[in-house]
Ligand binder design. Sequence first.
Ligand SMILES: Nc1nc2c(c(=O)[nH]1)N[C@H]1C(S)=C(S)[C@@H](COP(=O)(O)O)O[C@H]1N2
Ligand SMILES: [Mo]
Length: 529
Amino acid sequence: MRADRSGSRRPRRAVGAACGAVAAFAGLAVAELVAAAVRPEASPVTAVGGAAVDLTPTAVREWAIAVFGTADKAVLTLGIVAVLAAVAAGAGLLALRSPPAGSAVAGGFGLLGAAAALSRPEAAWQDALPSLAGGLTAAVVLWLLVTAATRPRPAGAPAGGAWAMDRRGFGRLVVGVLALSSAAGIAGRRLGAHGSAGATASRARLVLPPPAVPAPPVPAGADLRVPGLGPFLTPARDFYRVDTALVVPRVDADTWRLRIHGEGVSRPVTLGLRELLARPLVEHDVTLTCVSNEVGGPYAGNARWLGVRLADLLREAGVRPPSRGGPADQLVARSVDGMTLGTPVETVMDGRAALLAVGMNGAPLPFAHGFPVRMVVPGLYGYVSACKWLSELRLTTFAAYDAYWVRRSWAQQAPVKTQSRIDTPRPYAALRAGRVAVAGVAWAQHRGIRRVEVRVDGGPWQEARLGAADGVDTWRQWVWTWEATAGLHTLEVRAVDGTGAVQTGVRAGTVPDGATGWHAVEVRVRDLG
Ligand SMILES: Nc1nc2c(c(=O)[nH]1)N[C@H]1C(S)=C(S)[C@@H](COP(=O)(O)O)O[C@H]1N2
Ligand SMILES: [Mo]
């Protein structure tokens, strides 16, 4: 109220902050519109978010995954918007004193966004345009608004507020800017959706050929159907998702190409989806797990994959594994968004079902899980094997090249560690004394699970009943019947893999190559009086 009463030419601070916010909104909306024409990943919030993901120290990233889970991306986006809002309000305040200074801050943020967009892998110069357009818009709008807000009172206007004279005009200006920006933002979203319509249609049209080598049906006893235990095959919509993509890449299957080249490739290959699907397809059940999964964590899923054997393709390209004198020991997969994942060539060619997968549980891959083609290699954590939205396979050595996660303190090679998890009862569940089904899953991909054991309060290990094995590349469900007595109890589980090795109880964190330790769950049991 100070400004209104004193007759000072400077409007209230809230007006300045609002000018900043409106200008930022206009900038973002225009950026969205331009991004729709360039590519969705180039929108400033996404570009800054992507750069932030790449720059985030591994420890912070692991913390975010542990705390926010799959919502980590939404939290990051909210954080960026909050910072932007704060800076916008600050720029608005500054602009009240000096419009050029305020606009410079707005424009500077546009430059920052442009720099972030250009820093992204696979970036082209056009990627700078959305942020530049947004920054320029915000700068101009801010200038217009504060100029209107601080315009001197026309001679003869009634006293009572320095800028009150032009309030109506200012209000109209704000409404106009908001309306125009909303229109631009909505148009941007529409156009963006239209831009990926081709990809959506290509997926809808895709009919997967039947497998030349079908997987045997899942054994009847694989699914124990214990309440609280998920299904043996994880539906795609429930399948965990871990990746750095803030916008899910929507690749058009009709224009998709895969290039295979590099050291020891005597016949480089480029092929499209039609050529890939013309090859014999193999169906195989594989449990995928993430190296960022804490003991007892949710980042594991089991699916029936359909795909082409990668080893066959590599062999046709002239590739030999190191054990046969091949010069390359690392296969670097690159995705359309620039992600790189390095897989041992030896592992891919040792006879296991390493696939270029096109199908998941009987349908084309969902966009979120790598449409049209991803890699799946049984026995390796996702970050060293499971490249989604695959675009290139390059043969090189581990000595010569570090893939994305390896540059962020993760191990070059990461076979899956034997793990077991208690899914029911839930931690801190309140139970009744008597029979309680303790159940979960255990995995040791490509070695298989031989035995699962449970103990209560550090007592003797007791053997659980296992679900039927569906090969060695999937998890196994297990159940153990507990005669629960009143009190607080700790349940623990451990597995023995197919080689006879007992899962270690030594606790280790996820970095650098996967967590170890036994999953423990505390429960409270009450006597039924
Ligand atoms: N292009 C791309 N592929 C990727 C990733 C990624 O960030 N980008 N993340 C990897 C990691 S760490 C894991 S655990 C698996 C997860 O696959 P999902 O999201 O289908 O479960 O994908 C892998 N493939
Ligand atoms: Mo992962």
